[in-house]
Design a protein around this ligand. Structure first.
Ligand code: ZN
Length: 497
């Protein structure tokens, strides 16, 4: 006789298995699928999405949740029930009609966005975005919210976070960032970026990046690396995690840091509790925490001086084009700070201002304060305020990101939350691991990785992000550690006193 709890866990595992089948097909679509297979793949994915949704919203889950009884507050069982109930409530509150309409509208919107961006023609995308905003407002109303409709959307990516908290955090962040960026950009020290645009043969880039990913601990016996237009990480399940990157023979940065970023996501996926696969708490905590793992390895480790003290001699052996370059010049080049129009090309410091802008715009779209027709003007005005620059076209402004075309309103803040969590976790790791920099200088990343596995990865979703942060770092999320990290590195590199 199985208990309601055991049946719930079995059903949760089925939903996870179904959705991982979609991930396998999605990965294949981006990597090896022949172009002619697109329509058929669409049918396969649509069927799986329907089955997954049916399983996740089966009324039997509601009955089982009601019958499950109560468990000690801090137990794993209680956390599993909490997460399952949360997911089930959300999924059943949104009517099937709305789910289907969003799928239909976003499929068309995504194609329109590709064309609109190519031609820098906002008017072409406008009617699609208007439909999406209307549907997302409907979704927020169906899910329910207390202070701001945006909270209902944010909750899908960062469970438990609210627009109010993020507004306060981001206000403090911008106030700290703007003067730091001003100091850096007005310094007469300028890194020589051309070092990164020399000859970097692709086959050597691949070998070098793979070696670095393996050194930080990405397990290639339980994962693989492939090439795609847009880099991503997809953890299928225990023992199988796929990461991708893209190569440019005249740009070192793109593939290397792209891969290190995805390897950071991959390390997280590879170290989630495999023995409990399918339980709600065995998945990643939130998008913000996921992003903290990629940014930590990409920026706080991969763009640090100790990391390159270890890897630079090998880099120079691999790429003869930089045989004459001193380590200092290389380290400065990979840390160039320069305000620019495109978010995905932004450096560690200016990146977050791009997110602040999107966060403000999204809230105004959701509250109805900003009509879609006024989006380009609002975007450019905010851009001027934050960067003192005006995007020359909408392609370099409000049309640059894919997110809104798939309905991903509420997603952007998780990138900056990731940066903040990364810095706070890194500070805690430094306190826990003696001479962490010295270990990295000799290429020993094991202590840091093991600390992250024990404190973050293996915890899965047992605690919500805010609670995980408090337990691991002893404090609630704050902007201080991130700003200090920036001042520490960039003021030294740019000779700011
Ligand atoms: Zn990422």
């Amino acid at each position: 006789m199985t208990t309601p709890y055991a049946e719930l866990m079995a059903r949760s595992r089925d939903v996870a298995l179904l959705s991982s089948c979609s991930s396998v097909l999605g990965w294949d679509q981006q990597t090896y699928m022949p172009k002619a297979g697109a329509a058929f793949r669409g049918e396969q994915l649509a069927l799986l999405a329907k089955l997954t949704h049916q399983h996740a919203t089966d009324p039997r889950i509601g009955e089982l949740l009601a019958a499950a009884g109560s468990f000690p507050e801090d137990s794993l069982e209680a956390a599993n029930i909490r997460e399952l109930r949360h997911g089930f409530d959300r999924a059943t509150k949104v009517p099937a009609r709305l789910v289907e309409e969003l799928a239909r509208v976003t499929a068309a919107a995504n194609e329109a966005w590709i064309e609109a961006r190519a031609k820098s023609d906002f008017a072409f995308f406008k009617p699609h975005l208007e439909k999406i905003v209307a549907l997302k407002r409907e979704e927020a109303a169906a899910v329910g919210w207390k202070d701001h409709p945006y909270d209902a959307l944010l909750d899908e990516y960062e469970p438990g976070a609210t627009a109010g908290e993020i507004t306060a955090l981001f206000a403090e962040l911008s106030a700290g960032l703007v003067p730091i960026i001003r100091e850096i950009t007005s310094s007469s020290t300028k890194p020589d970026r051309s070092i990164l645009e020399r000859d970097y043969p692709i086959d050597r880039q691949k070998l070098f990046a793979e070696a670095a990913a393996a050194a930080v601990g990405f397990d290639f016996a339980a994962g693989r690396l492939d090439t795609t237009t847009h880099p991503f990480c997809s953890g299928f399940g225990p023992g199988d995690c796929r990461i991708t990157t893209r190569y440019n023979p005249r740009a070192f940065n793109e593939a290397f840091f792209g891969l290190l970023h995805e390897a950071g996501h991959g390390l997280y996926e590879q170290n989630l509790p495999a023995d409990r696969y399918g339980e709600p708490t065995a998945q990643a905590c939130s998008l913000g925490i996921h992003e903290s793992q990629s940014r930590l390895w990409e920026n706080l480790v991969g763009r640090s001086r100790p990391f390159w003290e270890h890897f630079f001699p090998r880099l120079q052996q691999t790429f003869t084009s930089i045989a004459d370059v001193p380590l200092d010049a290389f380290h400065a080049a990979i840390n160039e700070v320069k305000p620019s129009f495109i978010r995905v090309e932004a450096d560690e410091a200016t990146y977050n201002l791009h997110i602040v802008l999107r966060f403000e715009i999204e809230q105004a779209l959701m509250s109805g304060d900003l009509p879609v027709a006024e989006l380009p003007a609002a975007w450019n005005e905010k851009f001027r305020t934050l960067f003192d620059l005006t995007p020359p076209t909408d392609r370099e402004g409000c049309l640059q990101d894919i997110h809104w075309s798939f309905g991903g309103i509420g997603y952007f803040p998780t990138y900056t939350l990731g940066n903040l969590y990364a810095a706070q976790l890194m500070r805690a790791a430094r306190q826990a691991i003696p001479a962490l920099d010295d270990r990295m200088r000799v290429g020993d990343f094991r202590p840091l990785r093991e600390w992250l596995v024990a404190n973050v990865h293996s915890q899965g979703r047992r605690y919500r992000a805010k609670e995980l942060c408090r337990r691991v770092t002893g404090a609630t999320l704050a902007v201080g550690p991130f700003l200090e990290e920036l001042r520490g590195k960039f003021f030294r590199l740019y000779n700011v006193c």
